[in-house]
Design a protein around this ligand. Structure first.
Ligand code: ADP
Ligand code: ADP
Length: 226
């Protein structure tokens, strides 16, 4: 089974544009995959549908074989999502945000706490565990969302523009972290409009523009063309 299989995905927003005009792509298990494209291309819409935050107009999505329509709860269990917007309670404490998330998956707190500690340490947030999230810098909030997305140990992690607005030094340390968890077996898909980011991290790349896939290829083949 593929980690993600998208077939002929279409999306027309109410009173809005036809954002996706038939996207098909497959991401194999273990891959580090980038969706690259300009603003407005349809990257967030695609990931929004995969993470069931956005309704699709038509098409199908399978996550490790689980159809997001017919088998949503199984599909969701495989998946960790880091959206673009900060969508946690700013007044909740850092550690609590991560442990609370575990509860949504039925993970008891005696299991969740050591996991949360491991991820918060790996992401340089352990010293901040008792601070309210609103006290964190933008880059720290982004890393908090990564820790939260990993707490149920998903097999697929998707990140929408994970390093937007993050300075170059922190960006590199986030890249290293993502490469490490990919090496531990987590399939990763991210969107970016930085070619440099796709180049540094990914094995396979889809280029999306105006709701269509222009290219879906290996990084190596793509770089030879440019
Ligand atoms: P990005 O391209 O980086 O995803 P956008 O500026 O396109 O950022 O979108 C920012 C937010 O605004 C997203 O949550 C998106 O869903 C929403 N949005 C974008 N375009 C529209 C639109 N035409 N009408 C309503 N909401 C929109
Ligand atoms: P990207 O992530 O590649 O920047 P998006 O998926 O955010 O692209 O946007 C694709 C298209 O859909 C854009 O034209 C955007 O303005 C539009 N769009 C995104 N979100 C919404 C929304 N909530 N309502 C209406 N239009 C939207």
């Amino acid at each position: 089974t593929a980690a993600l299989e998208i077939k002929d995905l279409r999306k027309v927003y109410d009173n809005g544009p036809e954002a996706l005009k038939g996207i098909s792509l497959t991401v194999e298990q273990g891959d580090f995959f980038a969706m690259l494209g300009p603003n407005g291309a349809g990257k967030s819409t695609t990931l929004g549908i995969v993470s069931s935050l956005v309704n699709k107009t038509s098409g199908s999505v399978r996550i490790f074989g689980y159809d997001i329509d017919a088998e949503l709860s199984s599909a969701k269990r495989q998946l960790g999502v880091v959206p673009q917007e900060f969508n946690f309670n700013q007044f909740e404490k850092v550690l609590d945000i991560v442990v609370t998330q575990a509860g949504f998956y039925g993970i008891p707190s005696h299991q969740a706490r050591p996991r949360a500690e491991r991820y918060l340490k790996a992401l340089g947030l352990w010293e901040k565990r008792d601070e309210q999230a609103r006290m964190l810098s933008g880059g720290m909030k982004r890393r908090l969302m990564i820790a939260r997305a990993l707490i149920h140990e998903p097999r697929l992690l998707i990140l929408d523009e994970p390093t937007a607005g993050v300075d170059i030094e922190l960006r590199r340390s986030m890249w290293e972290f993502l490469q490490k968890i990919n090496a531990e077996g987590v399939t990763i898909i991210l969107t970016t409009h930085y070619l440099e980011e796709a180049e540094a991290l990914c094995r396979n790349i889809a280029i999306i523009d105006q709701g269509r896939i222009l290219e879906n290829t290996t990084k190596r083949a793509l770089l030879q063309k440019l």
